[in-house]
Write a protein that binds this ligand. Structure first.
Ligand SMILES: *Cc1c(COP(=O)(O)O)cnc(C)c1O
Length: 223
């Protein structure tokens, strides 16, 4: 069993003390590993791939809160809409509109975080802060519940750089008027992974997404 129970207990209690929600990122990890943390009381789990998430959701207890943290394709929203707790990586208006549409179809409301591009790497998805201001049509969407922001810092050892990137996100979080959505009150700031969650928490994160520290390194995709 590769699950690091000691690491989980330590991280979980530190985060609880700081009022930060731990999303245990279980992508590529087997159901049995998820169950180990479930049995210790963990309820928030994050996945990156729709097919994998659906299989796990069917096999595991229904009180798990599933977080979709990957890049979500619009045509796959309908498969997760009935059960998803929070979609972290909303990185385009087109995707947000589709989530709204699928949520309306089943008369529900889906929690979303807008992904903000803060890293200097070109491969990361998300809105720029300037693009947020242009989302005027967002007010028309009645079945999405925009609860805050998510971001990923550059993959680097340079703590100062990571800190600077997280602070961009924290500033947005602290200035809700930046998003043209009257009455917008963001409550969730999802930032921090295994390598940088301590910096993230110091920078104001209240939700971290941690995989490898809990489940060990990921090697191959389960099929
Ligand atoms: C995989 C992933 C994580 C977890 O990464 P670790 O470094 O294993 O903690 C967090 N957030 C996102 C968006 C991911 O894709």
């Amino acid at each position: 069993m590769a699950v690091n129970i000691e690491a989980y207990k330590k991280i979980k209690s530190d985060l609880d003390a700081a009022g930060v929600t731990l999303v245990a990122v279980s992508k590529f990890k087997p159901i049995e590993d998820i169950r180990v943390l479930y049995d210790l009381g963990q309820r928030d789990f994050g996945e990156n791939f729709v097919q994998e998430l659906i299989l796990k959701q069917e096999a595991l207890p229904k009180d798990i809160r599933w977080h979709f943290i990957g890049h979500l394709q619009s045509n796959k929203v309908k498969y997760i809409a009935p059960f998803i707790h929070l979609i972290h990586g909303v990185d385009s208006y087109k995707l947000l509109k589709e989530i709204d549409k699928q949520a309306a179809k089943i008369q529900t409301n889906i929690g979303c975080l807008l992904q903000i591009y803060i890293a200097s790497e070109e491969t990361k998805f998300g809105f720029s802060p300037a693009e947020l201001q242009e989302l005027k049509e967002i007010v028309q969407l009645k079945n999405v519940d925009i609860r805050g922001y998510m971001g990923m810092a550059s993959f680097t050892e340079d703590g100062q750089k990571i800190k600077a990137e997280f602070s961009i996100l924290k500033n947005l979080f602290d200035q809700p008027e930046h998003l043209p959505l009257p009455g917008f009150k963001p409550s969730l700031l999802s930032m921090g992974m295994s390598g940088d969650y301590e910096i993230a928490v110091k920078s104001g994160s209240n939700m971290v997404r941690i995989g490898s520290l809990l489940f060990g390194q990921r090697d191959k995709q389960i099929s």
